[in-house]
Design a protein around this ligand. Structure first.
Ligand code: HEM
Length: 447
């Protein structure tokens, strides 16, 4: 008990010290804005020191949604020493992502010592707009995730789908329940692992779980360490509390990926003919790493951090989207029936749907778009301004962190009729509109 009182007093002291310093730094910022005569976006009423921290509720995107409907489409929020611009309507999100795309191409940096956690400083997702950003973006579009690479890995997705369906059929035959969430994660995990590095992560069933936990744990730690952001001059405390765990998790990931890199290198060395096998993204990245003429010199940590980026970006997003798809179809039997009828008329009953059928399944496409609209699995997109600009008539200072609430964008009543309703038909283009579009395209071409 005595110890806990001492702890509480100690935490209280730290809080008071932090608070005074963060108040001072925020006051300095506001004074600067007044001096420069900046027209900043409004901010909801806040408490001194902690700002809006006390208001936060879970889930974050709903909390942000409530704040925006109460205080306006673009607002400044203050979480301790950290200031964030919250953006909700589709029109302002478009201004940021399209009109000012280069200015907002970077993401906010983490309050982490990059020398101690080199992975964090080497990821592509967090890379500031610059040479590395441009190089990897171009590489993703042209080689790593482009149409050629996706076409080459079509067989992998087909095999994994067959495996998944066989499991479901076996469970049904023996009347065993299926943990749909876990199975959907496993198929995503295996597919992404094979597409990226030609390795099936879960040949043993518990390995999928391990890999899932590693990616989830990395995510959780990133969130915990971001506590440093609100502590201003004491931001190092985030690392102080969670740095050891973060180092351990990166070490486990590093061991796993280093082995895979070595396997790829051994395979390439044993193989004299350059073109005899399909090159997966790891082969391509290692090729660049070994190429002395390459326009950008990649290092080994960047390769591994990029693979971690892909895992984080691809796994939960895809698995969650599939879970939502199953849930929405079960909850909307009429839509489900229409999807089945469309598949039956286009594909028939003698084979499974193939990726090449998708262009001929417009209703199915509309259903998937509606599922992603209602359930965008990445609900908040963080960006950071590079230089001062004007958005929606407000001044946005340089280096401002921006949170784009994709959940609100996807349910913006100015863009979508009945935004909270599941209506796949909204994505169907009528025959007349399709004809008009084709005519216009032809006219433009002829002109
Ligand atoms: C349903 C599945 C998916 C959803 C909903 C999704 C959604 C998103 C969103 C919202 C972003 C942020 C974009 C931005 O900041 O402008 C993003 C970024 C990214 N995604 Fe996905 N994603 C999915 C699947 C995948 C897959 C399968 C891969 C790779 C194999 C992938 C790779 C990436 C990468 C590399 C980025 C970072 C791009 C950048 O910062 O420029 N995603 N994704």
């Amino acid at each position: 008990m005595a110890a806990s009182i001492t702890d509480t007093q100690c935490y209280y002291c730290i809080l008071v010290i932090l608070s005074s310093i963060s108040t001072l730094s925020i006051r300095t910022l506001l004074n600067k804005a007044t001096k420069l005569n900046l027209h900043l976006p409004p901010s909801p009423p806040s408490l001194p020191i902690i700002g809006h921290l006390h208001l936060i509720t879970n889930p974050l995107y709903l909390f942000f949604n409530e704040l925006s409907s109460k205080y306006g489409p673009i607002i400044f929020l203050q979480f301790g020493a950290s200031r964030q611009l919250l953006v909700s309507p589709a029109s302002i999100a478009a201004e940021i992502c399209k009109t000012h795309d280069l200015n907002f191409a970077s993401r906010p940096t983490f309050a982490v010592d990059y020398e101690k956690l080199p992975y964090v400083g080497s990821t592509f997702i967090n890379a500031p707009y610059g040479d590395y950003w441009k190089f990897i973006k171009k590489l993703c579009i042209t080689k790593l995730l482009g149409p050629h690479s996706l076409g080459a890995s079509r067989g992998i997705r087909k095999e994994e789908l067959h495996c998944f369906l066989q499991k479901i059929l076996d469970s049904a035959a023996s009347m065993k329940p299926v943990n749909a969430g876990l199975e959907l994660f496993k198929i995503t995990n295996n597919t992404i692992c094979r597409m990226i590095m030609s390795t099936r992560c879960s040949d043993k069933d518990d390995e999928a779980e391990k890999c899932h936990k590693l990616v989830q744990y990395t995510f959780e730690l990133a969130v915990k360490m971001s506590i440093g952001e609100v502590l201003g001059p004491f931001k190092w405390l985030g690392f102080w509390f969670y740095g050891k765990q973060a180092k351990d998790v990166f070490k486990s990931f590093d061991d796993l990926i280093e082995n895979i890199l070595k396997e790829h290198e051994a395979r390439t060395e044993g193989n004299n003919s350059e073109d005899s096998k399909h090159k997966d993204p790891v082969d391509i990245l290692l090729g660049i790493y070994n190429d002395k003429q390459s326009e950008f010199k990649l290092n080994r940590i960047q390769i591994k951090a990029f693979i971690l980026d892909l895992f984080i970006a691809a796994m939960d997003t895809t698995a969650n989207a599939m879970q939502w798809a199953v849930a929405e179809l079960i909850n909307h039997p009429i839509v489900f029936k229409k999807v089945r009828e469309e598949i039956a008329s286009v594909v028939g009953y003698s084979r499974l749907v193939d990726e090449s059928d998708i262009p001929n399944l417009p209703y199915f496409q509309a259903v998937m778009k509606e599922i992603l609209r209602l359930h965008p699995t990445a609900t908040i997109i963080p960006r950071q301004s590079h230089e001062h600009c004007k958005i929606h008539c407000f001044d946005i200072p340089e280096k401002t962190s921006v949170l784009i609430n994709l959940y609100a964008v996807m349910r913006d009543p100015n863009v979508w009729d009945d935004p909270n309703e599941f209506k796949p038909e909204r994505f169907l283009i009528s025959k007349e509109r399709e004809k008009a579009l084709m005519m216009t395209t032809k006219l433009i071409k002829d002109y």
